[in-house]
Structures are given as C-alpha cells and as structure tokens.
Design a protein around this ligand. Structure first.
Ligand code: AMP
Ligand code: GLY
Length: 425
C-alpha cells in the first residue's frame, strides 16, 4: 500500500517509524515531514492544509491511506474534501470529518456534546461579545482559580488559568474585545477548575467500534516539578501506574462508551484516533478536552508499545471492522524525554548544529524540530527531539533516556530530568 502522512513533528516521525515496519507498506510519503521522517520515507513539500495539492499528490502517487497527524487540516475539512471528490473518495482518510473535528476545534461544541451524553466534565458557560457583561458577572459567582478557554484552535495556547477575579475579568475582556486569540476567542468558555492529575487516554475508532490504545502521562510545563509556562509537552510515560484497573474501568464506562454512543447517535463520520485529556480528581475521571488525533509527545511512547501491525489497524479503522481486530501491547514501560531549544516556549534560536544523534543505540530518537542541511542536522524548532526508551520498569526506561539525552548535543540544549519521578516509588 502507498501511504501519505501529514505533519512534521515528533508524532509524525513516530507514526512514520511504526508504519515503515509493516510489510503492507509499499511506499511511504510524509508532507512536509522533517529530517526524522525522511529516514522512514520520502518527504514532500506540501503544506497539510493545502488540500488541492495534497489531493493531486494522492491521485498521482495512487495513495491508499492518508494519515492526518495534526488537528488543523481535520478541523479545516480535509476528510470532507476527500469524501466529496469522485477521484479521492476511495482513499482511506485516517481522521474525522470537519463536523466531528469540532470536538477539538470548538470547546463550546465539545462541552455541549459531553453534557448531552452525560460525560463527566467541569461545569461551564460560554460567552461572546453580546454576553460579555454576563461573563464578568459569572466569574464573580465562581471560586478561584478561574479557567478561561478560547473556543477555537489557538495552537495550544488558548487556555488561561487565573488566580484572581481581577485577572480573570481583565483576560475575559482581552479575549473577547481585543481578540487576544483572533477569532478563536470570539467565544470563551469559562469553566470550573479541577484539581487533580492529568492523564491522556487514546482510542482508535471506526465510528462504531473502538479499541483502546495505551494511556500516557504528559509533562507539560517547562520546569522540573511541573513549574513555569506550559509547553507542547516535555516528556511522557506509558503505562501510567496510577491509571489502575478500577480507574480505567470508570473511564471506559463513563467516558469512552458514552462518547462512542454520541458519535453514533449524532451520525458523526469519525474514523481515526480520539484522545481524551482527563483529570483524575480523587479517583474520579473528568474530561478536560477531546483531541481528534494522537498526542505529541504521547505518540512517541504509545506507538513503540504497540506490537501489532499498525497498517492493519489503519485498514480496520477504514473498513469499519475494528470489532475484528485485537491490538497487542507490550508490557514494557516507555518513557520519552524531549530535548528543547534554550528559551523555549519563549523565543529561541534556530539553525544550531546537532551532534551525536545518530550514535544512540538503546533508545529511539524521534525528531521534531530538526532539519537536514547537507550532512548536518540543525535545530529548527522549540521541541527538537524526543528520546524514547523501553524497559521493564519506568525507572530503567527513564534513566536510559536521560543517559542518551546527555550524549546528544546542541548549543543551549534543555530537558527535564524529572520525567516520571512522581510515578516511581
Ligand atoms: P486544554 O487545552 O483544554 O487541554 O487545557 C490546557 C491545560 O490547562 C490542561 O492540560 C490542564 O493542565 C489545564 N486545564 C484545562 N482545563 C482545566 C480545568 N477545568 N481545571 C484545571 N486545569 C485545567
Ligand atoms: N501532548 C498534548 C497534545 O498533543 O495535545
């Protein structure tokens, strides 16, 4: 089969790495990809939101499966573009249509879906330009901290957690009146703060059946001990020991199954991955957000734990036969540590030489912000590479990744040394 992956991060390198292992994969392309995906297949210079060029390429190269990595092309309707085109409608698109992708693309839409299907989530209300005064008043009725969310996609930056009422009111005005996140904050969801620990849960679904994939814990803040500003994710582990059987049973019964029931009831055209961002509050799961894709860096620990052929999984998603598929998961622990550029998530320099990345033997190095220039690797993003290790204990997996994080070298390299520490007894 010929397969095209859209995206250019560590997640897409992990997807490419996994797909490449399948004997079913004949030719693999990644658009636009990065230096890491270039090791697994052929990178092509197409922007994932350029549907016309993507469609032309798919026709020309007789692509059988299109795997959409990031959310933006999904929310903008790439699956609809394919299903509405005579020559493209037989390509298997892994990713939901734009209406279903609103589960990620609109926080207000996701919240009302959860309420309709009685899926546990924090209480909320949404406000816009016409109801700003009510929003300011509503904030008065809540206890701090205050959670303000831009309704639309805001490159992962649209959530503000404010300690004081004044700060929250001031940001609400900035979001709505001054369009702090552009049109994404024309509508703002204000919700109750949930105090607990976060967990990323994943399923693959064909819209009717689902299979559960390994769960993961993402370490989102830049500083050790979860301090400082939020990032795209500085490290990840899987499995998560606190996600024990009774907890995961609640997740299945109260969250995954009602969500699938909702997809069916609402006639959603959903074929792909669904990511539940959960908060564990004293043993009770709540949904913080839905994402309509795999996570990054979650994919970098989940995919190495899957033993089964990934292309088979994609075929079953597309053929709506996931009920006939069983995924084999390795018992090993996986840990990934993200090497970041100095200054990230603020300003940082690009184009710095990376040394020793190819000398790592006992970990998998997934490239994120890495460019190949002649024979050298250069940094090209804030998150540069994810070093994933598998081992029989979390401690061993983390320590392998840390040893290798020390070997890879570029100016100003930064990484967290405490990934997984909270879970290691
Ligand atoms: P989101 O983009 O919805 O995942 O939000 C980004 C981050 O904000 C989450 O990963 C949480 O750390 C935090 N967050 C979001 N919603 C809440 C909430 N209701 N209570 C506490 N923290 C939250
Ligand atoms: N790691 C969180 C995300 O991919 O949204």
């Amino acid at each position: 089969m010929n397969i095209l992956i859209l995206g250019s991060g560590g997640r897409e390198h992990a997807i490419a790495w996994k797909i490449k292992q399948s004997p079913l994969c004949k030719k693999l392309y990644i658009a636009p990809g990065n230096a890491g995906t270039g090791l697994c297949g052929e990178n092509i210079n197409i922007n994932p939101t350029d549907f016309i060029k993507t469609g032309q390429f798919v026709k020309e190269k007789k692509i059988d499966i299109l795997v959409v990595g990031p959310e933006e092309p999904l929310v903008k309707g790439i699956a609809d573009y394919f299903s509405n085109n005579e020559e493209l409608k037989n390509t298997a698109v892994i990713g939901p249509d734009s209406y279903s992708a609103k589960l990620e693309g609109s926080k207000d839409f996701a919240k009302s879906f959860m309420n309709k299907y009685k899926i546990p989530t924090s209480k909320y209300k949404s406000f816009n330009n016409e109801t700003l005064d009510e929003g300011l008043e509503f904030l008065r009725s809540l206890n701090p901290p205050y959670v303000l969310k831009a309704d639309g996609l805001a490159a992962g930056k649209g959530v503000l957690i404010c300690k004081t009422l004044q700060e929250a009111q001031s940001y609400l005005k900035k979001m709505i009146n001054e369009r702090m996140f552009g049109s994404a904050s024309d509508c703002v969801v204000i919700e109750e703060y949930l105090n607990g620990t976060e967990l990323s849960v994943f399923i693959a679904t064909d819209g009717e059946n689902y299979i559960q994939l390994p769960e993961a814990k993402d370490y989102k803040r830049i500083g050790e001990g979860e301090t400082g500003p939020n990032t795209g994710g500085m490290g990840c582990v899987s499995p998560v020991p606190t996600a024990n059987k009774p907890f995961m049973e609640k997740v299945r019964k109260r969250i995954i199954e009602p969500t699938i029931e909702g997809l069916i009831n609402e006639n959603f055209d959903y074929k792909g991955f669904l990511f539940f961002g959960l908060m564990n509050v004293n043993g009770e799961p709540y949904v913080i957000e839905y994402n309509v894709r795999l996570g990054d860096p979650e994919a970098e620990v989940i995919l190495p734990r899957i033993d089964s052929d990934f292309v088979q999984l994609l075929k079953h998603i597309s053929n709506k036969t996931l009920n006939q598929y069983k995924v084999e998961i390795r018992k090993d622990f996986a840990a990934t540590i993200m090497l970041a550029s100095e200054g990230y998530p603020g300003k940082y320099e690009k184009g710095l030489d990376i040394n020793n990345a190819d000398s790592i033997k006992n970990s998998i190095v997934f490239y994120a912000g890495v460019k190949q220039q002649n024979d050298t690797l250069k940094t090209s993003g804030g998150r540069v590479m994810a070093i994933t290790s598998l081992d029989s204990s979390l401690e061993k997996a983390v320590s392998k990744s840390i040893s290798n994080a020390e070997i890879i070298d570029f100016k100003g390299k930064y990484y967290r040394k405490d990934i997984g520490n909270d879970l290691i007894q």
